[in-house]
Write a protein that binds this ligand. Sequence first.
Ligand SMILES: [Fe+2]
Length: 277
Amino acid sequence: MPAFPLPRPFAGYGLGLRKEHYQDFLETRVPVDFVEVISENFMIDGGQPLHILRRVRERHPVILHGVSMSIGSADGIRHGYLQRLKALVDEIEPLFVSDHLCWTRIDGFNSHDLLPLPYTEEALDIVCDNIDRAQNALGRAMLFENPSSYVAFDGAMSEWEFIAAMTKRTGCGLLLDVNNVFVSASNHGFDALDYLQGIPADRVRQIHLAGHSQGRDMLIDTHDAAVIDAVWRLYATAISRCGPVATMIERDDSIPPLPVLLEELDIARHLGLKEAA
Ligand SMILES: [Fe+2]
């Protein structure tokens, strides 16, 4: 039985807070409804990044997005990590706390990569136990993001079946990265529309949009370019299924001036308004 409620605030349209734009956020009133930050960059006592986040938080709601909880690790989640994340959550009072459906760490070794899980019953048990532990430690429901992947495992369930079971068993929500669906669908040859049909639409609380690159044999989730038209079309389909969902652009490389990203975010806003009409 899910232990924590999963509130459904429509948080509007936001951007990832990146250091290239710190001054814009500190000195001007940036027209976004929220910002998302990488949790681990702020899970320390003091320092300039935390000081900046506190100031930005005075103006904008914040989403905490983690990259190294390692929810798929068979040896569990580190207690110290959860303690430090909880301290940040208590201070920032974020709209959502999220991480990725992946594993990053084993036997004390941190790969710093979002590695794919085999979508087996055994992995589902491990992931659900870890999610229960994380949510109990934080005292709230979390969101988990579907990854981009470049390998798949034989004899496993589909990613959307795994996500549906995971959200049902733990009560967690889904951070739906539409670009990741597009990238993985292209790399593994499944239909992105089947994916959107298969996920539990009522558990989606946030959407990521990003650009990607063409590698030699597959698409790579590089976050260094504008969102392509096919991903915008997939986004329109996603919001027609999920209803209005907090949406943001993720750009982590080749970061353009803020007005360029705000213009891109306006496309999402426009599609959202069209869907609501
Ligand atoms: Fe993402």
